[in-house]
Design a protein around this ligand. Structure first.
Ligand SMILES: O=C(O)C1=C[C@@H](OP(=O)(O)O)[C@@H](O)[C@H](O)C1
Ligand SMILES: C=C(OP(=O)(O)O)C(=O)O
Length: 488
């Protein structure tokens, strides 16, 4: 196998069927849908269904809107309240397929959950040792967060559980979590290439761990913190750069002591969580499509209500402002331990930039939308240090480069990023339609590209928008995007 060093701690491993990212170079992604052994019901359905968006060119985004609840925080709200003592009330929960997969998994482990109804949930915590062995495999659908956090939480339970996912999730690297968990004493089986299904076997006990993350990943950090709750002694994780800190904040809200010193975060196992009330802000990752859309569409003026502006998530705002965007944060406040603001965005003339590497983990899910901003900017935008984008729901560097190229934009993928030359977005329909490859963020990014395109855009394979942003076409259309949804 050929290994190419692409950064101080990262490797891309080029092989016809397996890509390995991270250090040690063993954390593999299997890009071929044909060589995974497992497929869930979701896959079977999505292979039959071609769910498309047809976008008419032009328009502007105006008015006020509230995007759905934060996906990262929604997953964590279920996981922590399930193992807390007492009844937790949650509002603003994202009723999207990813967070609902987490909810279903905890129901299958005996947790009583009322709702969701209009984002409201009531969870009866079963305490640290109250989860029951599930009768069936736990299907985490399309969600990397659900699978990677849950494997940490389950590593210290006294029962066997198997986690499966859809075809995309089954290709994503899991050694990044199973290897450090094994150092804690966990027993977890993976496929031969280190992917799902993951089978977690009971062990006598877990040891605390001091672990330096080989890549900036909040999922790996959170996985190890959740395992650390069940470990003897202290678990400390050192991040290469700050990543989203929702687990730390939420554990604190549940009364669990988390100690942070710079890039090192520690907790001691054996404590307990006490139920609380959680209010989940609107998801900045969903707001990102509107921040970009309103910036690129002339005549736009949009207010996005109650969006989470946690400093570990605001890379999209920092990058867009550096490109010249007109973004104001209004009425800053705190909700459920998380900073929140209303965001006003108006159209602006954007210019290409070199994206600062320290912003990459803070905007990791927003790059597909940011690439559309780059395509509409004057000059070149260069992204580096973002090889993690290749192991998301799709290879987001390649899939975005392919789509932008179809729209007539010069987009040159590199192992750890992309170079995009701003230009005029063209049209893509019929045989030439944009393929979202089942990746929700790709689908929504090309939908908003329609605001500045010279002709219609057809986006294929959009069903997974339901994972993070149910109701996206309706909300976008209310704001001014001309979008038609074609369901089979
Ligand atoms: O912890 C989380 O909730 C997430 C962390 C990020 O993944 P990585 O940890 O792989 O960077 C992000 O891409 C994902 O959408 C959500
Ligand atoms: C990468 C994402 O999610 P996950 O890793 O949870 O599948 C995302 O939502 O963009």
């Amino acid at each position: 196998m050929m290994l190419e060093r692409v950064g101080p701690t990262s490797y891309l491993n080029f092989h016809p069927s397996v890509v390995c990212v991270g250090s040690p170079p063993g954390d593999c992604y299997n890009p071929s849908p044909f060589i995974t052994g497992h497929a869930s019901l979701g896959d079977a359905l999505s292979s039959l269904i071609d769910h498309r968006y047809l976008i008419s060119p032009g328009g502007s985004l105006r008015g006020r809107l509230r995007v759905p609840g934060d996906k990262s925080i929604s997953h964590r709200s279920i996981m922590l309240s399930a193992i807390a003592e007492g009844r937790t009330q949650v509002s603003g929960f994202l009723e999207g397929a990813d967070a609902l997969a987490t909810l279903a998994a905890f129901r299958a482990m005996g947790v009583s959950i009322e709702g969701p109804s209009d984002g409201e949930l009531v969870i009866e915590g079963v305490g640290m040792r109250g989860l029951r062995a599930p009768d069936t495999t736990l299907d985490m659908g399309n969600s990397g967060t659900a699978m990677r956090l849950l494997v940490g939480l389950l590593a210290g339970q006294g029962f066997t559980a198997t986690l499966v996912g859809d075809d995309s999730l089954t290709r994503r690297p899991m050694r990044r979590v199973t290897e450090p968990l094994a150092l804690m004493g966990a027993q977890i089986r993976t496929s031969p290439t280190g992917t799902a299904p993951l089978t977690i076997e009971p062990v006598d006990h877990l040891n605390g761990l001091e672990y330096r993350l080989p890549m900036a990943s909040a999922q790996v950090k959170s996985c190890l913190m959740l395992a650390g709750l069940y470990a003897e002694g202290e678990t400390c994780i050192v991040e290469p750069e700050p990543t989203r800190d929702h687990t730390e904040r939420m554990l604190t809200a549940f009364g669990y002591s988390v100690r942070r010193q710079g890039l090192r975060v520690c907790l001691t196992g054996g404590g307990r969580l006490t139920a609380c009330r959680l209010r989940i802000p609107a998801d900045i990752s969903s707001a990102a499509f509107f921040l970009v859309g309103a910036s690129i569409a002339p005549g736009s003026d949009l207010l996005l209500e109650a969006v989470g502006i946690n400093p570990t998530r605001v890379g999209v705002i920092n990058i867009m402002r550096a490109m010249g965007a007109d973004i104001e944060l209004l009425d800053k406040r705190t909700a459920g331990g998380e900073p929140v603001a209303d965001i006003r965005v108006k159209s602006a003339r954007l210019r290409g930039i070199r994206i600062p590497v320290d912003q990459v983990p803070l905007a990791i899910d927003e790059f597909p939308a940011l690439f559309i901003a780059a395509a509409c900017a004057e000059g070149e935008t260069v992204l580096t240090g973002a090889e993690e984008l290749r192991v998301k729901e799709s290879d987001r560097i390649q899939v975005m480069a392919d789509g932008l190229t179809k729209l007539g934009i010069q987009a040159e993928p590199t192992p750890d990023g992309i170079r995009i030359q701003g230009g005029t977005l063209g049209s893509a329909t019929g045989e030439n339609a944009i393929e979202a490859h089942g990746d929700h963020r790709i689908a929504m990014s090309f939908a908003i590209a329609g605001l500045r395109a010279s002709g219609p855009i057809e986006v294929r394979d959009c069903a997974n928008v339901e994972t993070s942003f149910p109701g996206f076409p309706q909300l976008a259309s209310n704001a001014g995007l001309t979008i038609e949804e074609q369901r089979p």
